[in-house]
Each structure stands twice: as structure tokens, then as C-alpha cells.
Design a protein around this ligand. Structure first.
Ligand SMILES: [Fe+2]
Length: 270
């Protein structure tokens, strides 16, 4: 991004945060919280994000889309992804949304947990998914938490000119409840919130000429992750999502984080 474009884009980020705070203030939080729990930790809010905010987020999308990573895992997934690292470099409005404290508080209230951002080296923390070629899709899966705690997924619809739908199966791990299937059109400004370990979900195939773009935000109750689990998660990210380069970027960021932490520890003990 040129430095002029970068500063123009950065100057929009506070407006995005203010817009989101205003939008959250008028949502019926108590009713939404009830619905989230009645649906075994799943919620769909059709008009959560104002149209002007979606337009600002789409400016970042336009800038980042040329650098997306296309991925294909036979019989499981096909589509494009932009990682948290690319968003941190060139998507200030998207990043500001992810980091909004007001949004995190709102979410924490719904899911009844203290939430933190994912660590900087997690490429999924805040990412874009593109279903823009024929037969782009995603097989059914859980967003399993590799952290030592729960992981929550937020999907924000940005573009839905597509036959492709978010398919969700609720109550799959709730004894005594029959599963319930939903096909959700993630229209611009809509929001889906769920506990990654509870909602079995996928994305139905797009057709030629379709365009569906979704922003995903991940929040956790603990930033701690086991070493073996981290390795498995890195390999999955390299091959199924963001490419090997993004995973190396993540590892560099994690090393930097460890160096800074150990510097702080030695400062504190010396
Ligand atoms: Fe998922």
C-alpha cells in the first residue's frame, strides 16, 4: 500500500469503531443472549453492522483481495483466504473492528465469558474468506479450539451475491436435543456468532459468477496453546488456508513475542 493510501485507510479506522459502538448500543442484548443459549451457543443477527460500516470494510477487502491465497483440499474445501497478517499490514478498518473493545464486551456478555483476542501469530484471528469461483465450498467441520479454553467464531457478511450458504447444524453435542439444520445467507452487515466446539458447519458450493465474501473474527478465553497442537494447527493452516508463507510469518511473530516476554521476565528478575 502507498503511504498516502495507508494513512487515508488508517484514518477511517476510528470511524469504524465508533459506528460499531453505536450499532451495538441499540441491539437487544438480553434477548440475543437468551437466543444464543437456546440455540446451543449459536446466534444469527441479520442487520448487526450498518451499511456505511460495511462499505468501509469493503474498501479494505478491495485492497487485500489481489493478494489472497487460493486453496483446494479435495473433497473438503476450495476458496480464497486473506490471513490476519495481511489484514494487520493492509486492512486497518477490518483490524479495528476485530480489536474493538466494545465489540469484545458485547460478545463476552452473549457467551458469558471473559474474552481476549487471539495471539498476534494466529493467522485465523481476523481473516477474510472468498467464495468467488465455481464450486468454492467448505466441508462440514467444527472450529475446534486449539487453545486451553473456548474459541468463539464471529462471521460478518460482506458480500452475498451467491447461491452459496453457510450451513449449520445446531445441538449436535447437546444430549436430549435433536440436531437442527440451518442454511444462512450471510447478507452484508449480518453477523453469525457461535462456539467453535459446538456448531457443526460448512459452506455450500458457489456457482460460476457467484461472489461471497465473509470476515471472520476469532476470540478465546485463553491465549495458551500446547506445542504439539500448535504444530498440527500450523500445518493445517499452511495447506488448507493461508499458504506456507503466512505460517512462517506467524512463527516469526510468535518468536518475537517469546523474545519480548523473556526480556520482560529478565528485566523483572534482574
Ligand atoms: Fe469454520
Amino acid at each position: 500500500m502507498s503511504s498516502d493510501a495507508a494513512s487515508a485507510a488508517r484514518s477511517l479506522a476510528p470511524a469504524v469503531v465508533a459506528d460499531i459502538e453505536r450499532a451495538l448500543a441499540v441491539l437487544p442484548v438480553e434477548a440475543l443472549e437468551r437466543e444464543y443459549w437456546e440455540q446451543d451457543e449459536f446466534l444469527f443477527i441479520p442487520d448487526a453492522v450498518p451499511r456505511e460500516t460495511v462499505a468501509r470494510l469493503l474498501e479494505d477487502v478491495e485492497r487485500l483481495e489481489p493478494g489472497l491465497n487460493r486453496n483446494y483440499v479435495p473433497r473438503h474445501k476450495k476458496g480464497g483466504s486473506v490471513s490476519h497478517f495481511a489484514i494487520a499490514d493492509g486492512g486497518p478498518a477490518l483490524l479495528a473492528f476485530y480489536r474493538s473493545e466494545a465489540f469484545r464486551r458485547f460478545l463476552g456478555r452473549l457467551v458469558r465469558a471473559d474474552l481476549t483476542l487471539c495471539p498476534d501469530d494466529d493467522p485465523h484471528a481476523c481473516a477474510l474468506y472468498f467464495y468467488t469461483a465455481a464450486a468454492d465450498h467448505m466441508g462440514y467441520h467444527y472450529d475446534t479450539s486449539y487453545y486451553k479454553g473456548a474459541r468463539y467464531t464471529v462471521l460478518v457478511g460482506l458480500v452475498q451475491d451467491s447461491a452459496s450458504r453457510l450451513l449449520c447444524r445446531l445441538h449436535t453435542r447437546q444430549p436430549g436435543r435433536a440436531p437442527r439444520d440451518l442454511a444462512v445467507a450471510t447478507t452484508p452487515g449480518s453477523m453469525v456468532i457461535f462456539n467453535g466446539d459446538k456448531v457443526y458447519h460448512g459452506v455450500s458450493p458457489s456457482q460460476a459468477g457467484d461472489r461471497r465474501v465473509v470476515l471472520t473474527l476469532e476470540y478465546v478465553t485463553s491465549q495458551e496453546i500446547g506445542r504439539a497442537t500448535k504444530l498440527f494447527s500450523d500445518l493445517k493452516d499452511a495447506f488448507a488456508y493461508f499458504g506456507v508463507r503466512a505460517v512462517w510469518q506467524g512463527r516469526r511473530r510468535a518468536r518475537r513475542r517469546t523474545d519480548i516476554a523473556s526480556r520482560h521476565t529478565s528485566d523483572a528478575t534482574s
